[in-house]
Design a protein around this ligand. Structure first.
Ligand SMILES: Nc1ncnc2c1ncn2[C@@H]1O[C@H](COP(=O)(O)OP(=O)(O)OP(=O)(O)O)[C@@H](O)[C@H]1O
Ligand code: SF4
Ligand SMILES: [Mg+2]
Length: 350
């Protein structure tokens, strides 16, 4: 495993580049395998999230999106893993090397996370108002009355009708989409600067998905919160995000502005993902292609490029022997491919 392959951004002035809201570098997470061994689930993950920016984290199932998201929230220990290397800077301060209480304090006020199954994140034994109020009291130190007023204000903000009444109801009285709104209300109640959303709409039906995405857009506009949006839906990425970080087999393999990456990807895996997007309304056009083969699980990554056994551009003797670093390609972009200079890849142009 390479010791480090820190990404360097080229599109920002040195000052801006020095102070993103969150800067993740070489983040490596392992899980226990058997009694003595550890298996690496993500390695050398590096990306930035600027204040107010929306960044998508995409990749097939098992690529390492959730492991990376939980790690930047400081929740790796709760899942039985450990961060073995790397840093997660928030506002210029590394949290990996800070006391755990610092990270805990930032969860809520600095950054918050919502998940795929909102109902599982809510406690069925308490009203939604009590749960939002409790979070606000703990993080912001408001008294009971002010915290409950904040809960009503937040339910209203996430467009739950009759917020003052519904705040007294229990989670089972809310639909899946409404539960996700409650979770968003709970996280946003403490004014975080970064919202991490791990597939927040995957469990919802299509029309509800659209309303939750619109809500996230509105909240970003109103509050300026930055968004790290985890998804494997590239259509959503195009609608919601400015930058995209693509992961494959535990690594970041491409990073850049969404429009640029979608128009002309620099990594064959990104190109394959883009080729797989169904295009409603396209007539006589491109065939929907899926990338052949399967993503290797943690602990089963091949030598060389992790993608080489699925890559149509792989060169024997090169790609199966040399592990590519994540390197800057053009302004503001980076890719992890040994052939990046020779390839002219296909993006979404039609
Ligand atoms: N608690 C755990 N213990 C051991 N291995 C784990 C654990 N959590 C995740 N992994 C492994 O880490 C790798 C990355 O998993 P992760 O859940 O981050 O994928 P993902 O990109 O979020 O996928 P999905 O789209 O299905 O949510 C996988 O190989 C997975 O099996
Ligand atoms: S390094 Fe080789 S195998 Fe890997 S993506 Fe590039 S061309 Fe494909
Ligand atoms: Mg996941």
């Amino acid at each position: 495993m390479p010791a480090t392959d820190t990404l360097i951004r080229l599109d920002k002035t040195p000052d801006e580049a020095a102070t993103p809201l969150m800067r993740v570098r070489d983040l490596t997470v392992e899980f226990r395998s058997g009694r003595k061994n550890w298996v690496t689930a993500v390695q050398n993950v590096s990306f930035d999230v600027a204040a107010g920016e929306s960044v998508a984290l995409v990749g097939e199932s098992g690529s390492g999106k959730t492991v990376s998201s939980l790690a930047v929230m400081g929740l790796t220990g709760d899942t039985g893993g450990r961060i073995s290397r790397g840093s997660v800077e928030f506002d210029g301060r590394d949290l990996v090397s800070a006391p755990p209480s610092d990270w805990r304090a930032l969860r809520g006020t600095g950054m918050g996370m919502i998940f795929q199954q909102p109902i599982r994140s809510l406690n069925p034994a308490y009203t939604v108002g009590d749960q939002i109020a409790e979070s606000v009291r703990r993080h912001l130190g408001l008294d009971r009355r002010a915290a409950m007023a904040r809960a009503v204000e937040m339910l209203d903000m996430v467009q739950i009708p009759r917020a003052a009444d519904r705040v007294k109801e229990y989670p089972h009285a809310f639909s899946g989409g409404m539960c996700q709104r409650v979770m968003i209300a709970m996280v946003m109640a403490c004014n975080p600067r970064l919202l991490i959303a791990d597939e927040p709409t995957t469990a919802l039906d299509v029309t509800v998905q659209a309303t939750i995405l619109q809500l996230l857009r509105d909240l970003q506009e109103q509050t300026g919160v930055a968004l790290l949006f985890v998804t494997h839906d590239l259509g959503v990425v195009a609608e919601l995000c400015e930058r995209v970080v693509v992961m494959y087999a535990g690594e970041v393999i491409e990073d850049g502005p969404v429009n640029d990456v979608f128009f002309a990807p620099h990594h064959p895996y990104t190109s394959g993902l883009l080729e797989s997007i169904p295009r409603p309304g396209a007539t006589g056009g491109r065939r929907l292609t899926a990338i052949p083969g399967r993503i290797p699980a943690a602990g089963e990554w091949p030598a060389g490029c992790h993608f080489h056994d699925r890559c149509g551009h792989a060169v024997a003797g090169l790609c199966d022997g040399t592990h590519p670093p994540l390197e800057p390609t053009t302004t503001g972009r980076a890719a992890r491919c040994l052939r990046v200079a020779d390839l002219d890849l296909r993006g979404v142009t039609a």
